[in-house]
Design a protein around this ligand. Structure first.
Ligand SMILES: C[S@@+](CC[C@H](N)C(=O)[O-])C[C@H]1O[C@@H](n2cnc3c(N)ncnc32)[C@H](O)[C@@H]1O
Length: 243
C-alpha cells in the first residue's frame, strides 16, 4: 500500500472506536498473563487503550506500556486507573522503556504491525535485553493458515449492512512478501471512510527462529489463553518465550 505509515491506522477517529472495544478474551488473557508476571513488573508492547494492561494492573501488577500513537494512549488515560500506567511513546520494535521486566507481552496480532522481518527480529532482541533472567515474552497472534483458503489471495467481508451504512473489510494477501493489505471501508450518507492497516505476518515457526536469534527459546505454545492445545485447527497461538 503505497505511502502507508502504521500511525495512519490509529488516528483520533479510530482511537475513539477502540476506547471500549473488547474481544471477549480479556478475562482469560489477564489470568494467563498474571500467572507469568508473578510480582511483575509487566510491559505491554502496543498497549493501546489498555484493554489488557488496565485489568492486569487492577490485579496489583505494575503494568507499563509502549505505544506509538498518542491518540490511543489518550483513550487509556481517560479510563479509571489509566493515569497510573507508565507509557513510553515510541516504536515497540525498540522496546523504549527503562529497566527489566518479568513479563513482556504483545497481543492481538500486533507484532505483525512491524512491517519487516528485520523490525520483528529487532523487537525480539530488544525484548530479550529487557527481560529478567526468569522473565517471559508472550506473543498472541493469528496463524496464517486461513490464507490458503482465500480465493485469488483476497476477500471482501460484509461487516455490517444497515439502512444507512455498509461496512466492508477488504483484504489482499501477498504470499511472496508475507504482507496483508487491508482496509475497513464504511459507506454511508456521510461519505466514504477508509481505515487502512498493513501487516507482515509470520508463521509461529518463524517467530521461534526470531526468538533464537535473540537468545530466547519457546517455552510453551497453546491454541488460546485457556491453554487449549495448539494443533492444525488452531486459528491463533499464544506463545511463551524465555531464556
Ligand atoms: C489493535 S491495537 C491493540 C491495542 C492493545 N494491545 C489491545 O490488545 O487492545 C494496536 C496498537 O498498536 C500500536 N502500534 C502499532 N504499531 C506500533 C509500533 N510500531 N510501535 C508502537 N505501537 C504501535 C497502535 O498505536 C495501537 O495502539
Amino acid at each position: 500500500m503505497k505511502g502507508y505509515q502504521p500511525i495512519m491506522s490509529f488516528g483520533e477517529d479510530v482511537a475513539e472506536t477502540y476506547r471500549d472495544v473488547q474481544r471477549g478474551d480479556e478475562v482469560a488473557a489477564v489470568a494467563f498473563l498474571e500467572q507469568l508476571a508473578g510480582r511483575g513488573p509487566a510491559l505491554e508492547l502496543a498497549i493501546g487503550a489498555g484493554r489488557i494492561a488496565l485489568p492486569l494492573a487492577a490485579r496489583g501488577i505494575r503494568a507499563d506500556g509502549v505505544d506509538i500513537t498518542p491518540a490511543m494512549v489518550a483513550q487509556l488515560r481517560a479510563k479509571p486507573g489509566g493515569d497510573a500506567i507508565s507509557v513510553t511513546i515510541g516504536d515497540f520494535a525498540d522496546v523504549p522503556a527503562p529497566g527489566t521486566y518479568r513479563l513482556i507481552y504483545v497481543v492481538w496480532n500486533t507484532l505483525f504491525n512491524l512491517l519487516t522481518q528485520d523490525d520483528q527480529v529487532r523487537c525480539f532482541e530488544n525484548v530479550a535485553a529487557h527481560l529478567t533472567d526468569d522473565g517471559s515474552f508472550v506473543v498472541e497472534a493469528l496463524v496464517p493458515a486461513f490464507l490458503y483458503r482465500l480465493r485469488n489471495d483476497q476477500y471482501v467481508d460484509a461487516e455490517a449492512i444497515e439502512i444507512d451504512e455498509v461496512r466492508l473489510d477488504v483484504l489482499r494477501h501477498d504470499a511472496a512478501t508475507q504482507m496483508l493489505e487491508e482496509s475497513h471501508v464504511s459507506l454511508s450518507r456521510a461519505g466514504v471512510h477508509l481505515n487502512p492497516v498493513v501487516q507482515r505476518y509470520a508463521w509461529p515457526s518463524e517467530l521461534d527462529l526470531m526468538a533464537r536469534i535473540a537468545g530466547l527459546r519457546l517455552k510453551g505454545r497453546w491454541g488460546g489463553w485457556g491453554r487449549e492445545p495448539f494443533n492444525s485447527s488452531s486459528n491463533a497461538h499464544v506463545s511463551v518465550y524465555g531464556r
